[in-house]
Design a protein around this ligand. Structure first.
Ligand SMILES: Nc1nc(=O)c2c([nH]1)NC[C@@H]1CN(c3ccc(C(=O)N[C@@H](CCC(=O)O)C(=O)O)cc3)CN21
Ligand SMILES: CC(C)C(=O)C(=O)O
Ligand SMILES: [Mg+2]
Length: 272
């Protein structure tokens, strides 16, 4: 007897634009591996971001700069094997798209071909315009990323809120309009004043997905490990924790350790 496969309505870049038009907020979270992707997808999260935050969260680096294109492809391919419904967006890592548009397109093609992801995300506006155009021309959907752009952390020196000054706010608004005009299907807006983020979201027809950008945008994104409370050191004000997995996991590991040490694991029923 064949088991009927459950039918899912897959999320596409088009459905996200429709969600904005209909006023339905978009829920996005990160995943870097198969098992997490299965859980996030199964919970009905619209977009899964294979973020270069894997550099911090998975590999323990101080910044997102060290992660390589090969490593991003490994994470993305693992995530794609775990999903049935969510749209999978993959960060182009630092150094894979800034040198020239041809290299940018080569990197984006490698992600699409070798991971099966559905779109790429790139940090920046006007500076990377030609690269965005080239990738879009190849039929690869691009999500922009403005505001706090962690790949240029050494240019700014801090992770403080961005675009507080008028000049920076004006550039951000121009960049947002540019991303829409180029044909990006959405953008992330990271750590900017809520009032500015709302203005940006209202000025474009493509979804603006915020992290630390307030409630006036079209969706929210968080790093899954942060919102699960797996890490106690990262405490920005925009982070809401939905679980204390650090505590839960520590309890589980200690329980196991105690059972092994006290010889109460395994029992007769747990052996052959
Ligand atoms: N675990 C994790 N979560 C993230 O949200 C994340 C990453 N890693 N890595 C890549 C970027 C970096 N991001 C960041 C980094 C720092 C702050 C931040 O607010 N840091 C300080 C305040 C710094 C300051 O004001 O000078 C904080 O309050 O923790 C926010 C987003 C977001 N991304
Ligand atoms: C924080 C999000 C937007 C991101 O770019 C990442 O996780 O790498
Ligand atoms: Mg990122």
């Amino acid at each position: 007897m064949s088991v009927a496969k459950k039918q899912y309505k897959r999320i596409t870049v088009k459905s996200l634009v429709e969600m904005k038009a209909n006023g339905e907020k978009i829920a996005m979270l990160t995943a870097y591996d198969y098992t997490m992707a299965q859980i996030v997808d199964g919970a009905g999260i619209d977009v899964i971001l294979v973020g270069d935050s894997a550099s911090n969260v998975m590999a323990g680096h101080e910044t997102t700069l060290p992660i390589t294109l090969d490593q991003m492809i490994y994470h993305a391919a693992s995530v794609v094997r775990g999903i049935e419904r969510s749209l999978v967006v993959v960060d182009l890592p630092f150094g894979s798209y800034q040198s020239d548009p041809k290299e940018a397109l080569r990197s984006a093609i490698r992600i699409m071909k070798e991971s099966g992801g559905h779109a790429v995300k790139m940090e920046g506006g006007k500076e990377i315009k030609e690269s965005i155009k080239r990738i879009l021309n190849a039929g690869i959907p691009v999500m922009g990323h403005l505001g706090l752009t962690p790949q240029s952390i050494y240019k700014f020196g801090t992770y403080t809120v961005r675009a507080k000054e008028d000049q920076e706010a004006i550039k951000l608004k121009e960049d947002a309009l540019l991303l829409e005009r180029l044909g990006c299907f959405a953008m992330v807006l990271e750590k900017v004043p809520a009032k500015l983020a709302k203005e940006v979201a209202e000025s474009v027809s493509i979804p603006v997905i915020g992290i630390g950008a307030g409630n006036g945008v079209d969706g929210q994104v968080l790093v899954t490990h942060d919102m699960l409370g797996m890490n106690h050191e990262f405490n920005p004000r925009f982070l809401r924790r939905y679980a204390d997995l650090h505590g839960e996991m520590t309890k589980a590991f200690e329980g196991y350790k105690n059972d092994v040490k006290s010889k109460s694991f395994p029992t007769d029923e747990e052996q052959y």
